[in-house]
Design a binder for this molecule. Sequence first.
Ligand code: SME
Length: 137
Amino acid sequence: DTATLSVEERLQGVCDLLKETIEYYDWVGFYFKNGDKDELKLSSYAGAHTDHTIIPFGKGICGQVAVSNQNFVVPDVNAQDNYIACSITVKAEIVVPLFVDGKNIGQIDIDSNTPDPFTEADERFLEWVNQQVAVIL
Ligand code: SME
């Protein structure tokens, strides 16, 4: 009964679906602001285990998006100096902020093992995904 699924279970379903459906999405996860702290906390994800369950604002691609409120598309992670590596197989990353009532409360983070795979279509699609997620939070 989908009506009884928790938010985490619903987000897990979104992560699993995106990872399984889009071949160049190799890790899909949601990070959210951790209470009133200036840090992100990992919520549901699909893909390899990561040690980076807490990310301070400003650190890495995710932490930069927490303060910039802007999409961040990274065609080549090895060319970034402010980057937190989760897996050596990752070549590219996209992070899209998630807004509720105009406030940046978290983000969707996608890692790809394919170099430079993300286009503006991914940005528009992930913005749409986040808008759908915003109404179930
Ligand atoms: N690469 C991210 C850290 C999160 S892992 O990709 C899951 C970053 O630089 O913020």
